[in-house]
Ligand binder design. Structure first.
Ligand SMILES: C[S@@+](CC[C@H](N)C(=O)[O-])C[C@H]1O[C@@H](n2cnc3c(N)ncnc32)[C@H](O)[C@@H]1O
Length: 243
């Protein structure tokens, strides 16, 4: 009998609420030989692992240690790269013919996730590796639902920007009044985000969502939001023009 090639699957577990983990994600997690979850400290459960444990309590989850030092810190890129290589070697040890490893990730594995980078590293050392993903609900979708915000209608479009290093991308996106904008990774720039939105007449209707589906969840109009804001925070800005 020929065994299937080794398979590494990135599984989106949604933003935090275990009820937002899809049936397909649950099925693939249960079917995998090994389920792994990223963490910044081996003694501490990561966010994605927490979602899985709440949804599928009996499932064994192994932790993978990541160094996520940002680029702006000395040696940040190198340290992150080295840690990805270490993780890839560990994953390779679990992947043989007929074996499947499921890598869980918050939200969706194809949206600002470490999964594609890790998968590429593993593919460079595991012959015949098959990589696939199971989609997850993104934080901005959960935020639209929790805040009762209609994000798009008619021919309007959507731009997802980050504010990890400031609000330039947001300012660019706001030049289009018929465009909804989602801001990820902007927790450190709350005041700047508010100022830019106000300057474009877009503050009204903008909503901040923090730690969605987790302890400490906050969903508030951005206009009145107070600092500090977690890294796990998103802002949604509906289009100015209604169809
Ligand atoms: C590295 S990205 C991960 C995105 C994720 N893969 C997705 O599909 O939503 C991290 C950013 O996603 C957003 N995010 C993810 N989960 C969140 C949550 N539970 N609450 C609020 N924002 C969240 C935040 O903007 C955070 O800075």
């Amino acid at each position: 009998m020929t065994l299937a090639p080794p398979r590494l699957t990135g599984i989106g577990v949604g933003p935090g609420d275990p009820e937002l983990l899809t049936m397909q994600a649950a099925k693939r997690l249960r079917a995998a030989d090994v389920v792994v979850a990223p963490t910044l400290d081996l003694d501490v459960e990561g966010r994605a692992e927490h979602v899985v444990r709440q949804a599928l309590g009996d499932l064994a989850v192994s932790r993978l240690l990541f160094d996520m030092t940002p680029d702006r810190e000395p040696g940040g890129r190198t340290r992150r790269h080295q840690s990805h290589l270490g993780v890839a070697k560990q994953l390779a040890g679990w992947l043989g013919p007929g074996r499947e490893v499921a890598f869980v990730t918050l939200g969706d594995p194809n949206v600002y996730s470490t999964f594609p980078t890790v998968a590429a590293s593993v593919a460079s050392i595991v012959p015949d590796l098959v990589v696939d993903t199971v989609p997850g609900i993104c934080a901005f979708q959960a935020l639209a639902a929790l805040s009762g915000t209609v994000l798009l209608d008619g021919t309007q479009s959507l731009e997802l920007v980050t504010a990890l290093d400031g609000v330039d991308h947001l300012a660019d996106a706001l030049r289009h009044p018929d465009r909804a904008v989602v801001v990820y990774k902007g927790g450190r720039y709350l005041d700047e985000i508010r100022d830019v939105l106000s300057g474009h007449g877009r503050l009204e209707g903008a909503v901040l969502g923090e730690l969605l589906g987790m302890a400490g969840q906050r969903v508030v109009p951005l206009a009145g939001a107070t600092a500090p804001v977690s890294y796990l925070a998103a802002v949604i800005v509906p289009p100015l023009d209604q169809p």
